[in-house]
Design a binder for this molecule. Sequence first.
Ligand SMILES: [Zn+2]
Length: 343
Amino acid sequence: MHLHAVLLPDGSDPVDLWVADGRLTLDPQDAAESLPGGWALPGLVDAHAHLSIDTAGGGRDLGDPDLVESNYRAHLHGGVLLVRDVGAVPGAVLPDGDPEGPRLLRSGRYLAPAGRYVPGLYEGVEAGALVEAALVEVAAGAAWVKVIADFPPNFPRGRAEPNYDLETLTRLVEAAHAAGARVAAHVTGAALADVVAAGVDSVEHGLRMDEDALTALGRRGGAWTPTLGMTIEMLGEEKFERLVQRFSPLLARAEAAGVTVLAGTDTRPPGSLPLEVALLQRCGMAPADALAAASTAARRYLGLPGLEPGAPADLVCYPADPRDDPEVLASPSAVVVGGRRVT
Ligand SMILES: [Zn+2]
């Protein structure tokens, strides 16, 4: 295959790349199939997805194998070539290493104490059993561990309160890191300072993110997934606009502070990343930075290369520049996974 395209998110002039043996190369290849030109990414990244939840509203049961499979395929056709699943329901089995599917990072099941998360999505894990439960997930192939760090005790009403204390969270992070995994923490309220102090790798939601937490998170190269599409749906436009005012200076400064911003659709349907990119722009990120949060910067943070010689040939082509209009991301003209063209 031969690609002649502007490489996003930063490129300005088209470059030429070829595919040989499933990898990208600068060496011209004979009789190469031409990919549609224009603009290209190494695929989108959905860093906060739940394959075992019916986010598209098809009426299927939590964890249903057909639901998991259709969510997984929907990501592929939207040009999403890397998915981080951040919480599976009990009993769900997620795909494992399909060479023609998106690359998948799993976090195993949600970890929360009894009565302190959405009923039906989890089985309670008390503080004394947290490390052991996390290590079971890592032993089963989880690259990440997902802890629900705070939640309203009287859900669906009231304010979120911490689910585990700082010492418990610190032990969890140390054990996960020692086992080679990273920790993502759901935080909407009071646990923000604790998860940052405990050394959690990525803050999910982080509705109360502030300067101090951002600075501390960035000092050790952490990440923040603000899940804005889910949040605007939850808060409504008026409250969301107040969040925009608070988040804008933080998201504009995140990269300089050392924090990787990650785009994640959460409970929005697969294929909602264009909305997420548009909302990151609305919250103060430059168009190229918002696009990086949904592609190259997220891949780098999650351990995959971009469009460079020697990298696996994961690439997605677009007929127009998504920096001018994120909606362009919804309609890729070609999707290539590991050197195989799938659409
Ligand atoms: Zn979530």
